[in-house]
Design a protein around this ligand. Structure first.
Ligand code: ZN
Length: 420
């Protein structure tokens, strides 16, 4: 594809064109009649019927990608909750989980989160960069064009900064856009057990440096039983707010300690997990415009029966995002799998799962004006899938359907292979 020499790209004859919510313009088109889009200067320039578009653009020199009524066009996935940077393989723990060993058993045998923390502390920056770039390539091949990435496997000043520097570096290096989040308050590391307030204070002390070096746009904290209390989290988030950070919260996952309501009270952009949230939390989130970021791969790999109540959030008027929660205990880089889990485990309809995986993710990152739907003037972050409809993503389970990925108008994946 020599699209550099051409004026832009026309993608025609989609079997389905999934635009997502149209926010900025009157809908002069609909998903039913539009089956083509035009990309110019990295942006979506036109949306319409193939015959009209081809005749309007016949005088110009555009590359044409013909979907031959067999392929579906969607926005690129926005994976808005990932722990991209960590070292150490924990695949051996699966065997222990399957044999009925508890989280505590695994931690006591040297596994679990502190295993990842130790390996990440030991790893050099370049080792972490290589791992992150490989993971980003894998995400791109599966249709993801923007992610959020957290620190949180360093848990001391030096290692947390190292992870944020790695995120900054790979963001410059890789075409996937990365929105960085500081999750120093992921858990309390062993060296601070019994001194949790002191640990929170030590992470608060890092905030000015992170801000001045622009190493994170968001902060995050795990507010839960066994993690950080509402009081500790409130102090941390108030200090972050004062310095101008946006915030997101790991909330209501193991126990409902009121974390989602705290997120709403403190103006967080996103509250994530929410397995145990109740209607009162959903109402508070709706009132405060907090996105409900649901991560069904996590309970799936934990073999839990408890999933977030998607319909409760939707009915309360909360914007819902779906994301992978990619981390050493939930090694899922593929948003098509996450969509399928959203459908099968949370009864989301395929179009709801697709909207949550694109526009919802963009909302949870404050990027809804630039990405997350196919709309005039928005970034041309597009995927073309070898399936007739979005419904086929969960239906034809377990296959990577992505044929083409376009980021900011540039074709990066073609015929399922990375080309740049
Ligand atoms: Zn997480």
């Amino acid at each position: 594809m020599q699209n550099r020499a051409k004026e832009g790209i026309i993608i025609s004859n989609a079997s389905e064109l999934f635009l997502g919510p149209v926010t900025q313009y009157e809908p002069v088109y609909s998903n039913e009649i539009a089956d083509a889009i035009v990309i110019k200067n990295g942006l979506v320039e036109a949306i319409g019927e193939t015959s009209t578009i081809l005749s309007n653009y016949s005088k110009f020199d555009y590359d044409v990608i013909d979907c031959e009524k067999k392929q579906t066009i969607c926005p690129g996935f926005v994976d808005s909750h990932t722990h991209l940077v960590f070292a150490g393989d924990r695949s051996h723990e699966l065997r222990m989980k399957l044999q009925g060993k508890s989280y505590l058993d695994i931690a006591q045998s040297g596994g679990g989160i502190m295993f990842s923390v130790n390996k990440t502390r030991e790893a050099s920056r370049s080792e972490l960069e290589t791992l992150a770039l490989q993971r980003l390539d894998e995400m791109l091949l599966h249709g993801t064009t923007t992610i959020e990435a957290k620190s949180g496997y360093g848990l001391d000043a030096e290692s947390e900064i190292k992870i944020l520097e790695v995120i900054q570096y790979v963001n410059e290096k890789h075409p996937i856009d990365i929105i960085p989040t500081f999750l120093g308050c992921h858990i309390t590391p062993k060296d601070f057990l019994g001194n949790q307030w002191e640990y929170v204070e030590s992470m608060i002390q890092l905030l000015p440096q992170i801000k001045s070096r622009n190493l994170a746009e968001f902060v995050d904290i795990w507010t839960d039983k066994g993690a950080f209390s509402v009081e500790e989290s409130t102090l941390f988030l108030e200090q972050s707010n004062e310095l101008g950070f946006k915030s997101r919260v790991h909330a209501d996952e193991m126990e409902n300690v009121g974390a989602a309501i705290m997120a709403a009270n403190l103006g967080a952009v996103s509250a994530d997990h929410l397995l145990l949230s109740e209607a009162v939390s959903a109402d508070a989130m709706a009132e405060a415009n907090v996105v409900a970021n649901l991560l069904p791969a996590t309970p799936f790999v934990l073999m839990s029966k408890k999933y977030a109540n998607f319909r409760m959030f939707k009915d309360a008027g909360v914007t819902v995002a779906l994301s992978s929660d990619f981390n050493p205990n939930c090694y899922v880089l593929d948003m098509q799998t996450v969509m399928a889990l959203g459908c099968f485990m949370m009864k989301m309809l395929p179009e709801e799962a697709m909207t949550a995986s694109t526009y919802g993710g963009a909302m949870s990152l404050n990027r809804e004006n630039e990405i997350g739907s196919i709309d005039l003037g928005k970034s041309a972050d597009i995927q073309i899938l070898d399936i007739p409809t979005v419904d086929s993503i969960p239906y034809r389970l377990g296959v990577n359907h992505v044929n083409t990925v376009i980021k900011k108008g540039k074709v990066l994946v073609q015929d399922g292979k990375k080309i740049v």
